[in-house]
Design a protein around this ligand. Structure first.
Ligand code: ZN
Length: 244
């Protein structure tokens, strides 16, 4: 794959880059999407019926067990070459912000540091009442583990249907998008908000927008550069072409 010389030159001298990643990046690590992952005992449930505050109120143990099962699935998954290329890019650009819609924590596992997790992280657990984070808990009990401070039920620190995105992460993401010189949209359909509006905010403020995705998206016609394919193949080649 040949990359336009002006894009490579811009990458080599830019001081502020934002990248947003979506499900496509996790899928390349073999992680199945939300919907495709519903197998076995869980096949009878729709994710929408489990990932909500109402569902947790109705049957906290069911929801807790579902997330325990999903955490196990994530444990067998490793970051791919695309995750690691983003770590390389972070090391070379003065101001780099990685915004992700993925909850699997693979970017942090790969070594990315400045990561905004818009939808939370499935590996983190917090109290549903007082928000206190917990590092350890027992998964072998008959009931949902409780907060050691207020006895509230513990829940995954992810954004459920009907819940607002974490305000601090979202504000930081908007600010980064509005002030960057280069904006990479990677492995995201471009229709899920706020990913789509972040790309447009960057574009409207004069940033150069680059899309890397398996197939065309609504963003494609507005991006300055579009590459169709796997981020795990394209991103390492970009790094090699600019800094190799
Ligand atoms: Zn609590």
């Amino acid at each position: 794959m040949n990359f336009p010389a002006d894009l490579l030159s811009l990458l080599g001298r830019t001081s502020k880059l934002v990248a947003i990643t979506g499900a496509g990046v996790s899928q390349e690590s073999g992680l199945r999407t939300f919907r495709d992952a519903q197998t076995g005992l869980w096949a009878q449930y729709k994710p929408e019926d489990l990932a909500s505050p109402e569902a947790f109120r109705r049957d906290p143990k069911l929801i807790w067990d579902w997330y325990a099962w999903r955490r196990e699935a994530v444990k067998g998954v490793r970051p791919n070459a695309g995750h690691y290329a983003l770590v390389d890019i972070e090391a070379r650009i003065p101001e780099f912000t990685l915004i992700t819609q993925n909850v699997d924590g693979l970017h942090r596992m790969a070594g990315s540091k400045n990561v905004l997790e818009l939808h939370g992280n499935i590996q983190r657990v917090r109290c549903a009442e007082c928000y206190t984070f917990t590092e350890t808990w027992g998964d072998d009990t008959e009931s949902v583990p409780q907060c050691s401070i207020c006895s509230g039920l513990l829940r995954p620190d992810v954004v459920w249907f009907g819940e607002a995105l974490p305000r601090d992460q979202l504000e930081a993401a908007v600010e980064a998008a509005r002030t960057c010189e280069l904006f990479f949209s990677i492995g995201t359909s471009g229709v899920v908000q706020p990913a789509a509006s972040l790309a447009h905010a960057a574009r409207n403020r004069g940033a150069v927008v680059v899309e890397i995705n398996a197939e065309p998206t609504p963003l494609s016609s507005k991006a300055n550069y579009v590459f169709h394919g796997k981020s795990g193949e394209i991103l390492p080649r970009v790094v090699e072409a600019v800094w190799g």
